[in-house]
Every structure is written in structure tokens, then in C-alpha cells.
Design a protein around this ligand. Structure first.
Ligand SMILES: *Cc1c(COP(=O)(O)O)cnc(C)c1O
Length: 358
């Protein structure tokens, strides 16, 4: 059997959820498990968190239905609401909570015949300029939802564009826009995503929406003491399947992007970009082999990649390689590949997910 696999530590997932809790006393926390729990397996993650989580958040109804089909009874919020009005009957049937981010959705709710009222999270565009009602429409949107008789509860929400930049004023400005837009409305609010949970304790939020932090990865580029308490949930590992001794001056891999400058020992690992390992990870990207840090060499291929065993004499055929996990942080690999841990998790495919700590 091919040795590439992703180990998922559900105990670490629960630990990270508890950290989100601890950092936001009094708030309720929706565990964000969209995109198959950022590649970690939404159903298994939901099951592992169901006893303690106040609810879950996913992108769309397809993801939400998968949770219900697996027997998850907790509240599930659709972060993009519905894409077509005919989803509303399923939203009612399964008790999904629904973001309303656009006037067309609001109109669809007004027009719909619903057998019972729904819970709406009314989203404000407070400055990110992606989705959300314009501030000038927020109060009237709220009043229209109330007047429609189709809505049992409204939570007011917005989303930060730059909460991961702790020295930036942008988040404070977004809060100010939000506070002005919601003035006089007595409804619960939800603002904080992972970077805001970890880095912006002063920002209010009755409901927080942690995603990436649950999986143990930091949303920050710089080292952060609070984020360092998170435990990585996923360990992507494989094994050395071939060892090469090369003299100086020999190329390694496609495009001869790495040339040995001295005699080297090279290990070939069963892991490639078809598994989701980033093809843009350059020579020097950290890996752990036989318990020791080493580095990637040359281009990542579809099913294999090469690593340096020159100074790891204990490593050889069959040695375990951690591509990311508890020793090599996904954020380090992401940084080296000029991307973010969110993307490298979501890109994971083909490798079996093996769970522990359920
Ligand atoms: C994805 C998402 C989150 C979670 O973001 P993280 O940075 O992963 O914590 C929260 N809120 C909304 C609206 C989202 O789309």
C-alpha cells in the first residue's frame, strides 16, 4: 500500500476548539467546517466536536446536508446562504441557519412561502467589499426581515478582511462601520473569525466563527504566542521509497531545478502535487525525516518528491517523512510555497485520512 496518508488527531481539534472558547468568554462558537473541514473531513470533525460545539458553519447547503445525513443535529449555518430560492424549503426542513448577504436573498425570503420561520444571519459589508449588505441598506434590511414574518431570529454579522494583520487599523475601522450600521438594533452579533479570536480580544462578538485555528494552524504570518498554543490536527506523512547517492554536479527531478554542489544522499518520498503537496514548494522547504529536520530538493512531481538525506544518516529506505504536522508546521510549508495553510489543507486529496482521538 502506498504509504502517503494524513493522520487526523481529533483530540487536538477539541483542544483547539476549547482554546477558542477560552479566548472568548461568554461567547458562543460555531466551528467552521466548510470545504470538508478544511480538508480534515467534515463529518468526522463534526462528530468529534458535537458534544461541545454550539453549532457548525459551512459554505453551502450541499455541505450542510452531508452533516444532517450523517446524523449531526446541532445548528448548521450556511455562510453564503442560499444560491437559489428553492433551497429555502430544505433550509426550513433541516433547520439550517442562513446568512443573508444580498438584497436578492432578502427579497426571495419575503416572497417565499415558508412552513415555519427561519434563523437569519444578516451580513453587513463593513469594508471588505466581498458580500454583505451596504451599510445604508442594513437597518431597512433588518426591518424588512422582521416585517416579513418569515424570520424567527436575526443575528447581525460581518467579516474581516485584515484581522490577521495585528498592527493594521482596518479591523477597527470595520468594527466602527458595523457599530454605526447596527445602532439601535437589539440583536446578537458575530464578527470574529480565527485571527480575530486569537488576536483581537477587544472586538465584541456574541458568536465567534473560528475556522483555521481549529485545525491548529496560525492565521498570522508572524510568530504569535496565543496561536502557538494550538495543536496541529493533521499530520501529512509518507515514506522514503528510494535512496540515491549522487556525486557533485548532478541534477535532481524535473527541469533539473536542483543540482548537487557536493556528493549527496537523496531520498525519494511517495508524495506529490496530486496529493495536494504544493508544487510551488521550492528547494529548502522543511520536511522531517527519521525524526530530523531536512529539506525538499528540486521540483515536486505529481506522485513523488525528493529530500536531502545527506546529513540524516539514520534515514533510509522506509523512513517516515512528515511533510507537515506537529513538527513541521503547515504554515511553514505554506509560507515557503507562497501560499497559506488554508489552501494547503483544502488541496489535500488522494491520501487516506486516518483518525485518532475520536
Ligand atoms: C471561512 C469563514 C470563517 C472562518 O475563517 P477562519 O479564518 O478560518 O477562522 C469565518 N467566517 C466566515 C464568514 C467565513 O467565510
Amino acid at each position: 500500500m502506498r504509504p502517503a496518508r494524513a493522520l487526523i488527531d481529533l483530540q487536538a481539534l477539541r483542544h483547539n476548539y476549547q482554546i477558542a472558547r477560552e479566548l472568548t468568554p461568554g461567547a458562543k462558537a460555531l466551528a467552521v467546517i466548510k470545504a470538508d473541514a478544511y480538508g480534515h473531513g467534515a463529518v468526522r470533525c463534526a462528530q468529534a466536536l458535537e458534544a461541545e460545539a454550539d453549532g457548525f458553519a459551512v459554505a453551502c447547503i450541499e455541505e450542510a446536508l452531508e452533516l444532517r445525513a450523517a446524523g449531526i443535529k446541532a445548528p448548521v449555518l450556511l455562510l453564503e446562504g442560499f444560491f437559489e430560492a428553492d433551497e429555502l424549503s430544505l433550509i426550513v426542513e433541516h433547520d439550517f441557519w442562513c446568512v443573508v448577504h444580498s438584497l436578492w436573498q432578502l427579497e426571495a425570503i419575503e416572497k417565499a412561502a415558508l412552513s415555519k420561520p427561519i434563523t437569519v444571519w444578516l451580513k453587513l459589508d463593513s469594508g471588505m467589499h466581498r458580500v454583505g449588505l451596504h451599510p445604508k441598506d442594513f437597518q431597512s434590511g433588518y426591518q424588512r426581515l422582521l416585517a416579513s414574518g418569515k424570520v424567527a431570529k436575526i443575528v447581525l454579522m460581518s467579516h474581516f478582511a485584515r484581522a490577521d494583520e495585528l498592527h493594521e487599523q482596518a479591523s477597527a475601522e470595520q468594527v466602527a462601520v458595523f457599530e454605526a450600521a447596527r445602532q439601535g438594533l437589539s440583536a446578537e452579533i458575530s464578527l470574529r473569525n480565527s485571527p480575530a479570536v486569537l488576536g483581537w480580544p477587544q472586538i465584541p462578538s456574541d458568536w465567534v466563527r473560528p475556522g483555521i485555528m481549529l485545525y491548529g494552524a496560525t492565521p498570522f504570518e508572524e510568530a504569535n504566542a496565543v496561536a502557538s498554543r494550538l495543536q496541529p490536527v493533521m499530520t501529512l506523512e509518507s515514506k522514503v521509497i528510494c535512496v540515491r547517492e549522487l556525486p557533485a554536479g548532478e541534477p535532481v527531478g524535473y527541469g533539473a531545478k536542483f543540482i548537487t554542489q557536493k556528493p549527496m544522499r537523496i531520498g525519494v518520498v511517495a508524495m506529490g502535487y496530486a496529493d495536494g503537496y504544493p508544487r510551488h514548494a521550492p528547494t529548502g522547504t522543511p520536511v522531517l525525516v527519521a525524526g530530523q529536520r531536512s529539506q525538499l530538493l528540486g521540483r515536486v512531481s505529481m506522485d513523488m518528491l525528493c529530500i536531502d538525506l545527506t546529513d540524516v544518516p539514520q534515514a533510509g529506505l522506509g523512513s517516515t517523512v512528515e511533510l507537515w504536522g506537529k513538527n513541521i508546521l503547515a504554515s511553514e510549508v505554506a509560507m515557503a510555497a507562497d501560499t497559506i495553510p488554508y489552501q494547503i489543507f483544502c488541496n489535500l486529496r488522494r491520501v487516506p485520512l486516518l483518525y485518532s482521538g475520536a
